[in-house]
Design a protein around this ligand. Structure first.
Ligand code: IPE
Ligand code: IPE
Ligand code: MG
Length: 245
């Protein structure tokens, strides 16, 4: 694939975050039920993880289930959660073979006990892998993550107000071990963040794909990276300052 050559000449983002959206609409367009879309979406996840590893992306954070998604019909929630935990369990060997570290962010305690158990087992078994880290966002709400960070800091009772800074907040988020994403992708044509990584994406480049998640592929991931590489990240400075460097 020519595009791989192109992008590997440039800087590959260390961390890419993806809002995997559009499973339901993808299925309905095909006269199928929403669950068919979620099943197809899982296949895309594996393809995209492989594509990311190929170009040495180090962290992928995937929005799989939001805290707000608990408001969906019970039968859809149940099926999504079953699909999630069975996929994770069935692919344990795949993760180990490919040195994939699986981690979760979000309120994992909200999940059914059995799902928690299955997921935690795989998280534990893959903890020493180092090719890529996948953060699966489950029952995740960014505002809630920030609230919890503030609560932790207050409970420790050892900080003066002058010591509360960006570093301290970042360290108390669930993503504290990884750099902020340089690139955030959302599929399905929606142009919103839906309470995902609000703090961490303060300076991320945003890429919105029209493709619904089951149709998203390696080619488009690489296109997103190509587009990212063409952008000028100014972090508040001027073009002249950036060019001088
Ligand atoms: C994303 O696809 C998956 C989850 C939110 C679990 P959707 O289920 O939101 O699909 P659309 O947006 O309804 O098409
Ligand atoms: C965001 O998608 C959450 C996930 C992709 C898991 P939604 O489909 O839930 O987002 P909204 O409701 O359209 O904003
Ligand atoms: Mg959606």
């Amino acid at each position: 694939m020519n595009i791989i050559k192109k992008i590997t000449n440039g800087i590959i983002p260390k961390h890419i975050a993806i809002i995997m959206d559009g499973n339901g609409r993808w299925a309905l367009e095909r006269g199928e039920n929403r669950f068919y879309g979620h099943k197809q979406g899982v296949k895309t996840v594996f393809k995209i993880v492989e594509a990311a590893m190929k170009i040495d992306v180090k962290y992928l954070t995937l929005f799989a289930f939001s805290r707000e998604n608990w408001g969906r019909p019970k039968h859809e929630i149940k099926k999504i959660l079953q699909l999630l935990s069975s996929t994770i369990k069935e692919n344990e060997k795949h993760f180990l073979r490919n040195k994939i570290k699986l981690k979760t962010i979000g309120n994992i305690n909200d999940l059914p006990t059995l799902s928690q158990k299955l997921i935690n087992q795989v998280v534990n078994k893959t903890k020493n892998n180092n090719k890529i880290t996948i953060y699966l966002a489950l029952s995740y709400s960014s505002k809630n993550e920030i609230i919890e960070a503030v609560k932790k800091i207050i409970k420790e009772k050892k900080y003066l107000d002058t010591e509360i800074d960006e570093e301290l907040i970042s360290q108390n988020l669930q993503t504290y071990k990884c750099p902020d994403p340089e690139l955030l992708i959302r599929t399905s044509g929606e142009k919103r963040i839906s309470n995902f990584l609000l703090w961490q994406i303060a300076y991320s480049e945003l890429y919105f794909s029209k493709k619904k998640w089951p149709d998203f592929d390696a080619e488009e991931l690489y296109m997103a990276i190509f587009e990212y590489q063409k952008r000028e990240r100014r972090f508040g400075k001027t073009t002249e300052q950036i060019e001088k460097k």
